[in-house]
Write a protein that binds this ligand. Structure first.
Ligand code: DQA
Length: 142
């Protein structure tokens, strides 16, 4: 069975209460539960981690790569726009990666328009709300 890692970066543990007009009202545990239901239907295994810490996120990517995972869904939050280290980890891991953003980063502040992750990902989904995670899961399951 394929295994997909779902990695959420800083502040995404606040989903549901954090700027709900931008990020919606679904909490992170609710989202992960719903992704788990979808994964069952798709006959794929998922594992999800959230961290506020860049190094922890990097270690998780390597852990999944070493464990033979088949793909990575990555919403790295603000680290998307700052972290060469996370970009390097994605490349070194060899994991097929889909970058996801709940909001449309291109409709927001200019500092959100650049991503270090996009050019090392197979795809970037931005602005579909939490639906982006489900689209990424279906894509990586193929
Ligand atoms: C985000 C967009 C980022 O710019 C922001 O820092 C986040 C969330 C999104 O899902 O829309 O934390 O990745």
């Amino acid at each position: 069975m394929k295994k997909i890692g779902i990695l959420n970066g800083p502040n995404l543990d606040r989903l549901g209460t954090r700027e709900p007009h931008i990020y919606g009202s679904t909490t992170l545990p609710e989202l992960i539960t719903r992704l788990g239901i979808e994964a069952k239907l798709l006959e794929v295994e998922i594992e999800a981690t959230q961290s506020q810490h860049e190094g922890v996120l990097i270690e998780q990517i390597y852990h999944w790569a070493d464990a033979g995972f088949n793909g990575l869904i990555a919403n790295l939050g603000a680290y998307t726009h700052t972290s060469v280290a996370l970009r390097d980890a994605i490349v070194a891991s060899g994991l097929r990666t889909v970058e996801v953003h709940i909001s449309n980063v291109y409709k927001r502040e200019p500092f959100r328009h650049h991503s270090y992750i996009s050019s090392v990902s197979e795809a970037m989904i931005t602005g579909l709300g939490i639906e982006g995670y489900f689209a990424a899961l279906r894509y990586l399951t193929q």
